[in-house]
Design a protein around this ligand. Sequence first.
Ligand SMILES: Cc1cc2nc3c(=O)[nH]c(=O)nc-3n(C[C@H](O)[C@H](O)[C@H](O)COP(=O)(O)OP(=O)(O)OC[C@H]3O[C@@H](n4cnc5c(N)ncnc54)[C@H](O)[C@@H]3O)c2cc1C
Length: 814
Amino acid sequence: METSAGVVVIGAGIVGCSVAEHLTRMGWRDVVVLDQGPLFESGGSTSHAPGLMFQTNPSKTMTDLAKYSVGRYLELEVDGKPCGYEVGGIEVAETPERLEDLKRKRGLAASWGLESHLISPEECAEKIPLLDPKKVLGGFFVPSDGIAKGVRACEAMGRLATGRGAKFYGETEVTGIEVKNGRVRAVETDRGRIETDLIISCAGMWGPRIGRMVGMTVPLVPMQHQFAWTTPLAELVGETREVVHPILRHQDFSMYLRQREDCYGIGAYRHRPMPVSADDIRRDYRGEGEFPSVLEFTPDDFEPTWQEARKMLPALQSVKIDRPMNGLFSFTPDGGSLLGESKEAKGFWVAEAVWITHAIGVGKVMAEWITDGVPSIDLAGADVHRFDPHALSPSYTLARSSQSFREVYDIIHPQQPMDAPRPLRTSPFFPRQKELGAYFLEGSGWERPQWFEANRTLLDGQEVLDRGSWAGRYWSPVAAAEARATRESVALYDMTSLKRAEVTGPGALDFLQNLSTGQLDRPAGKVTYTLMLDEAAGVKSDVTVARLEEEHFQLGLNGPRDIEWMERHLPFDGSVRVRAITAGTCCIGAWGPAARDVVQSLSEDDFSNEAFGFFNARRAYLQEVPVTTQRLSYVGELGWEIYATADMGLRLWDLLWEAGQPYGVIAGGRAAFNALRVEKGYRAWGTDMTTEHDPYEAGLGFAVKLDKGDFIGREALLKRKEAGPRRRLVCTLLDDPNVVVMGSEPVWADGRAVGYVTSADFGYTIGLSIAYAWVPPEHAGVGTRLEVEYFGERQAATVAEEPLFHPAMKRMRA
Ligand SMILES: Cc1cc2nc3c(=O)[nH]c(=O)nc-3n(C[C@H](O)[C@H](O)[C@H](O)COP(=O)(O)OP(=O)(O)OC[C@H]3O[C@@H](n4cnc5c(N)ncnc54)[C@H](O)[C@@H]3O)c2cc1C
């Protein structure tokens, strides 16, 4: 075995093999892949996965990864035997609610560029003759879904990589990793040591164990998942082909089915979560059926699924269960994959909690990320650094991963909060919010008021359109009253959950200038809205930077990934310090025409327009509370973001509340907030733009100052600017104001899906239904007629000039 390597991949399951194949495809030659099990049936999850690939996913990223993977499985072969079968996939509905949801799914497929069809029960039974059409109300059919042969694909990719110089070693266990000065140096195995400065852990559910070798917490939990084959069916006698029937999902019973030759296979998520510790999984290999990733079958857990399968496919009533198993694979707190480089040890990467469906695509983006510094698609939802510290705790990881298992086939509303553990993070205003009848949703663990029942009286005959059962969930007409009060008097919004950090030190300005597109070399007291780009000029985040002192900046960020990105770029000379301050501080947005009167009445500092201009920041006292105030607003009104330390938060709320009484102050929730934001055209990073978009396409060119000198992404941005937009983020207005959409719906033009919706809401001030959307430039002109599909219905819409609300900004600058 080698004593040194350019890169060591741990794990020769489907992910490790794909990473090695793509690295060698991108020119890496010195690649060593190690697995504790034999090649390529190594005993991990890949060894026994039945390989169903349903591509449609609420996440564009996951659908893109699946689409690429499916294409590659179909191409790959071993000695003439294919690694993929395009037999199609059907998701059936047994309940009216599911049937409705299949319409939404069809919309998602169209948004992400997948052909799909809604089909009748009879059509379902035509495609899967064993299915009882009386049992279902309809189906969602994706012709390009199908089956992957995981182990065979490992071998195919292993051969390709070996042909380009990679070396694969089975029965070689990684026992330790050497780290020096924060960088990986070597991998220790039971067969010797390999020096390397790049390690990619593709150890699947053993990931937490490998992560610990470098001090990294990998938040995943191996879960048992039941799967069983049947004995041969008379109806399939003589069938020797791997698979001909489309794969089948029966999500109302959390189960899936596939045909293989003359048998059927049935997988169940209906049973109780059965977590296992990564440390307790065997690492030895005892032959097929005895893989470390297979635990003893627990028949009682499977029984309800088996009974239901026999109802759905009555032919199963005459066969028995054969070779059942409790197989293990990884679940995470939010159900997503874990990709990226460790903070603890440079050169240590992970690619774990990945399904067969997405695995080849994950290998590709990992190779791009490692080789070029940027993956070709947005990976925010799979980034291992997306979690706040609490989410890495063993108890949270266990509780939430168990919940991800339970919900794997549920209909999940985009705003559905987690149900436990709650309350987890609360702002200092929480007791007052409860007194005001707050309806709380949850984000990153924070309790966030969506609206306040106390404001119901403000509706006072105001007519608010009903949104229907989907867009109306987690919403109340009270939001309309809160939005109106914000425009007419003054409202307090709890902005505590906004991520923020301090950047200090003599190198702080240069550091931030390098990370962002805006000109930050401005006097202390100025606030700048700016963007952080990746090297390919994709929008990595949008940030407000307040220069509080010469060497002291306060940043409003989008999430933990921003802090990780900044820490990754810190200079080695110690001249810059980045400190996350969200947890120790709180923030109230005091917004509305009366905001100045309220704030001024509490302070001897001057809050007049002359003394405290728009996009300025300063420290002040509101009575006895020391605050940092920034004159800006996400809702398009006069006002301030007021920051204080958490200990003074409740006092701050009470002061503003008291002072606001003469002006009719209210507490505003996020439902009103979002509507006001969308009306004003302010982008939300992650929803409206990601690294897949450049600033010009996203309508954020104003935040780029190309003449300020170099910054990350500038070179690529110049090229992008010259090449022109690939698509544009546009504001559309729906003809029918009664229809409010939620985001991710497809946008149609000329009879085809050309784009998808991002932020959407009802604009209470303008009285219209708004949907921002990405569309090709030729459909982006103001006045262009488009259609937005919502639950199968096409809604006419028109591209509108933006912002819709007060473009002259007079209210905010007053
Ligand atoms: C019953 C069942 C059904 C499933 N069905 C589907 C399906 O239909 N569709 C789908 O998309 N997904 C399915 N999955 C999930 C899928 O199987 C996994 O998500 C996927 O195979 C994970 O691949 P991997 O390469 O990350 O992990 P693995 O295949 O587990 O590979 C990890 C490798 O790392 C090696 N390793 C670990 N520690 C060390 C060490 N210290 N030294 C050396 N090597 C080490 C292991 O031996 C292993 O080979 C199913 C899973 C189960 C259990």
